[in-house]
Design a binder for this molecule. Structure first.
Ligand code: AMP
Ligand code: MG
Length: 452
């Protein structure tokens, strides 16, 4: 069937930004387009759940335009700080904005690609995505969604039949094109580029676009936009911590101004509460280590303030930036309480509980996923030992926010540690066996229901 007429609401508002914000591009002509995974849950929210597989591949593997949305894909222009070094040569080098749609809640969503071919911003890259990279992005985004982290959703994964050379995977390796559904693709780096080019008019226009289209607010006040970004990114940092997630590449071009997490490359989940745990092999200094993510994200928000400076005085921007720690603290407490399955009491009691849990997790090295599984709405068992006595006593004071009666709680904790990811990939690589992948996604979704 075609798009669902009740839910399909195409948009093209990105065109109001003007030609200086993007470059029209075409998708690569892939030798194959084999549907590997479609996110029917996300698709239903934008009226695409009713497409049959053939139509799906035509749109999300061959990139036939979506009716009423963009006529041509647009590679977005942006700059960014990569590991704190400014790079003015970024931009969508292997992706584009393919379509815009309203979701069920009226939010403006982008369908963006990864691995769809070369663009003016590819530099020396092939514009491609490895199938393993695509599988990893599905797993990360599903896991984060289940763990209540604001995230882009992986919408589609289609294998494209090419052999890619990579130095971080055994090569040649299989290729894929991925589509993600996200609440805009305006990055901090999108603003940085305009500041770098001294394009004040563009800055003002982008500020108004972000406020209007992504936050539903009138006007073009850069201080208001920064305030919203500080709030959303502080919450994102807090949710990463409660999830035990290490994004790995928190560069300013990978930070969406909606505070929605996206772009999953060398991510890992931390097995234990180790603030120094690093995801990316190329992050030698641990800049984006588990425990340094709040600081890294705050630093990124600061770069947005710098970019907005041509529009407004420094003082009000600094005042907004300075709110980050005070927003982060209650957000991380709330996020950890949520994962513990507890209702809040007073701010002091909540903070005391979370500090004690963090301390015990750190010194005992208990697995993060195991601990939260065991502690959800009940005290951790005696086998945890006396180091947990203080945490147990505090936990007992907080009423459960949900019953522990979903069948998920009768099994074992679903985690997504590197060995598990590698095992899922191994089955695909060795035997083209997608069963572990599909089973895992089903288990993650069951966990999401159990936690909700
Ligand atoms: P990332 O680290 O994935 O956020 O990418 C950083 C920059 O490199 C972005 O401008 C990407 O579009 C670009 N890039 C990454 N991989 C490739 C590739 N294989 N071909 C072309 N551009 C790429
Ligand atoms: Mg990126």
């Amino acid at each position: 069937m075609a798009f669902d007429p009740q839910a399909y609401r195409p948009e093209r508002t990105i065109l109001t930004l003007g030609d200086a914000f993007y470059d029209p591009v075409a998708a690569a002509d892939f030798p194959d387009a084999r549907l590997r995974w479609r996110n029917d849950r996300a698709a239903a929210e934008v009226g695409a759940g009713t497409l049959d597989d053939g139509e799906w591949v035509r749109h999300f593997g061959r990139f036939a335009p979506l009716p009423g949305s963009l006529d041509r894909p647009l590679a977005l222009r942006y700059h960014g700080h990569q590991f704190r070094t400014y790079n003015p040569e970024l931009g969508d080098g292997r992706g584009f904005t393919f379509a815009q749609l309203r979701d069920r809640n009226g939010r403006l969503m982008d369908l963006g690609t990864k691995g769809s071919g070369q663009t003016p911003w590819s530099r020396f890259g092939d514009g491609r995505l490895t199938l393993k990279g695509g599988v990893r992005e599905v797993l990360a985004s599903e896991m984060l969604e289940a763990l209540n982290v604001p995230t882009s959703r992986t919408f589609s994964l289609i294998e494209t039949g090419e052999a890619l050379e990579r130095n971080d995977e055994p090569s040649p390796t299989r290729s894929a094109v991925l589509v993600r559904l996200s609440h805009g693709h305006i990055r901090i780096g999108t603003f940085q580029r305009l500041a770098y080019l001294r394009d004040e008019d563009g800055l003002r226009r982008l500020t108004a676009y972000a406020l209007q289209e992504l936050y539903g607010e009138d006007g073009d006040d850069p201080v208001r936009l920064l305030a919203l970004v500080v709030e959303r990114t502080a919450r994102l940092a807090a949710r990463y911590m409660a999830a035990g997630f290490v994004h790995g590449v928190l560069n300013t071009d990978n930070i969406n101004v909606t505070g929605e997490s996206f772009d999953y490359g060398p991510w890992r989940f931390a097995p234990t509460w180790d603030p120094g745990f690093v995801a990316a092999y190329f992050d030698q200094t641990g800049l984006y280590a588990f425990g340094r993510q709040p600081e890294a994200i705050h630093w990124n928000a600061m770069q947005l303030a710098v970019a907005l400076r041509p529009l407004v005085e420094a003082e009000p921007l600094i005042a907004e930036l300075d709110r980050f720690p005070a927003l982060y603290q209650p957000a991380v407490t709330a996020a950890i309480l949520w994962r513990l399955g507890r209702t809040p009491r007073s701010a002091d009691e909540d903070r005391a509980l979370v500090q004690e849990v963090e301390r015990a997790l750190r010194i005992t090295g208990v697995g993060i996923d195991r601990f939260f599984f065991d502690a959800f709405a009940q005290a951790p068992p005696d086998s945890y030992g006396s180091e947990w006595d203080a945490a147990r006593a505090l936990l007992d004071r907080h009423a459960p926010r949900a019953a522990r009666d979903h069948e998920y709680w009768r099994g074992s904790p679903r985690s997504m540690l590197i060995e598990e990811v590698e095992a899922i990939w191994h089955a695909i690589a060795q035997a083209d066996d997608w069963t572990p992948f599909h089973d895992t996604v089903a288990q993650i979704r069951a966990m999401g229901v159990a936690l909700a």
